[in-house]
Design a binder for this molecule. Sequence first.
Ligand code: P6P
Length: 344
Amino acid sequence: MHQQLQRFRMEERNKTLGEFIIENQNAFQYSSGELSRIINSIRLAAKVVNYKVNKAGLVDIVGAAGEQNIQGEDQQKLDVYANEVFIQTLINREIVCGIASEENDDFITVAGGDNSHSNKYVVLMDPLDGSSNIDVNVSVGTIFSVFRRVTPIGTPVTIQDFLQPGTQQVAAGYVIYGTSTMLVYTTGHGVNGFTLNPAIGTFYLSHPNMKYPKDGTIYSINEGNYVHFPQGVKDYIKYCQLEEGNRPYTSRYIGSLVSDMHRNMIKGGIYIYPTSSKAPKGKLRLLYECNPMAFIAEQAGGKASNGYRRIMEIQPTELHQRVPFFCGSYNMVQKAESFMEAAK
Ligand code: P6P
């Protein structure tokens, strides 16, 4: 049989993202349909950003946009573009009452066309994570987190709607713009991965019920900062490297959280971005990087902490708050935490 037809028949056996959302809408405790519309909105924005990311080398959209975000990081043009696409797509569909983004100093209030502030959800996101890799053609990603608002419907959102602990998330996910583009998300009922067929613009369910292997042999950390790490992290790295018992560990670090997390979820592994003398609170942001990745990790049977306690139980105090991040295979994170505890 012709290979194209074979592949088409295989894809057609797999559910599309749209079918999956409809089928699983009622499993979601609030099943008002708004959450489904948020995921659909993210799906659309991901396709638009994917098109630009894949063309980055061809059009004048690569390289710094000449401005800095609140993190003091040079904004890449694709960062700015992706931020605008996700924000506008969410606003145009009148499904959220507020948006926070790594690229925006403050949160965005979305009153709605009738200015009623009647929508129930807020979305927090890193529109294009790993942007330092954009110019060198390495995978980048989008990370998002969804909460129900906690302030009265009908009033403008406040910072309290965004400063919720990760345990309150109703959905979280990421898009990885890699050798293929995937959307991976959870609504608290497991983790499912969808791969985009760019020829027809359809996401197909390619990785149902994703699970972190309980153990793994990959550790992902920027060892260039070794001398600045806390003692517990140094001890864990040495544990991974010791020949004793012929430990088979290998170091893999892409410098793009979404890519390292995605590979480790499939193969087993741990990602660590600890505090250091250069980043005394860590580098990753709690609200739109660590919390969503922690929700996914836990739903996939993994573990996510700040080295001592569960990430999702941390009460946020500010929008762009940074925390140390240990995330991945349950037993590996547990082992790393034991070194952190012992070095206290
Ligand atoms: P470093 C990208 O900027 C990011 O937020 C993560 O995606 C990535 O894992 C990390 O920072 C890389 O940071 O300091 O190792 O270059």
